[in-house]
Design a protein around this ligand. Structure first.
Ligand code: PGA
Length: 266
């Protein structure tokens, strides 16, 4: 696990974009796991910029969505399918066949979830999973108390999430109450995980995830067990970390350590 503290939102997005760009240089058929929400928007904008400047090409890249509301048609402006299409896919050259989504209206839910997991395996597994974090420490729609080894499945949204969504829907009846989400076990199988967080309202969840005990009460705390997880967070989100100076020192010396190790190999 690595903790990278940057000044502000635009810098955390830039850091994540650089990680993805570097990985793509090493593997053109990169498999990405993508999250929705406010936080990753700047990452998608950065990747679109690289594409428009011809510095990155998505023709061999694949993408898997992290979660989806159950029951919303994919052209509903609140569906995650719509979000991804609108904010990312329509601006780049990723082939339609390389886009994998959880279906909001699946025939048989269990079969659909099992097949989604199989598709991830068939693509060779997820190389980089992008995550946001909820104020309660959730990742994807894995709310507190989700099994830390869970797989892709149906979850009931918390009342808090339902209320937070209420203003997006004209009719209360239309507010989704259930969703599909990759499980925590599924997420943990990704080769690299980038969790982004910005703002004071995420500071407590970030502190508990990085410096607290590993617990299903804070699902993101499981990332402490992932050897390639990076928490990329801004100063406000980092404001409650007690070891902040240490994380900054490690990050500032990273290039020197890499140079030292490279020298040793010669
Ligand atoms: P946000 O959501 O990026 O909109 O803050 C993150 C999350 O709830 O996972």
């Amino acid at each position: 696990m690595e903790v990278i503290i940057k000044k502000d939102y635009s810098e955390i997005c830039e850091e994540a974009v650089n990680v993805i760009h570097r990985s793509w240089h090493k593997k053109r058929n990169l498999v990405l796991g993508l999250a929705t929400g406010k936080t990753p928007l700047g990452v998608y904008e950065g990747l679109i910029r690289l594409y428009s400047e011809r510095k990155m090409d998505f023709s061999d890249v694949s993408a898997f969505s992290l979660d989806e509301y159950l029951g919303l048609p994919e052209d509903h402006p609140q569906s995650f399918a719509f979000y991804m299409q609108h904010n990312f896919f329509r601006h780049i050259n990723i082939p339609r066949d390389n886009i994998f989504r959880l279906d909001a209206l699946p025939g048989d839910i269990e079969t659909h979830c099992r097949e989604y997991e199989k598709k991830i395996q068939s693509a060779g597994g997820i190389d980089i999973q992008i995550l946001g974090i909820g104020k309660n420490g959730h990742i994807g729609f894995n709310e507190p108390s989700s099994s830390l080894s869970s797989r892709t499945r149906v979850k009931t949204l918390t009342q808090e999430t339902i209320e937070a969504n209420a203003h997006f829907f004209r009719d209360r009846e239309d507010i989704p109450r259930y969703c599909l989400t990759m499980g925590i076990g599924t997420i943990m199988e990704s080769r690299k995980i980038l969790l982004l967080a910005s703002g004071k309202e995420k500071a407590e969840a970030i502190r508990q995830s990085i410096e607290g005990s590993i617990t299903a009460s804070i699902p993101a705390s499981i990332l402490q067990l992932h050897p390639q997880a990076k928490f990329i967070i801004d100063a406000e989100a980092a404001s409650q970390l007690t070891q902040r100076k240490y994380y900054e020192w490690v990050y500032d010396h990273k290039d020197k350590v890499d140079a030292f190790l490279a020298n040793k190999k010669k």
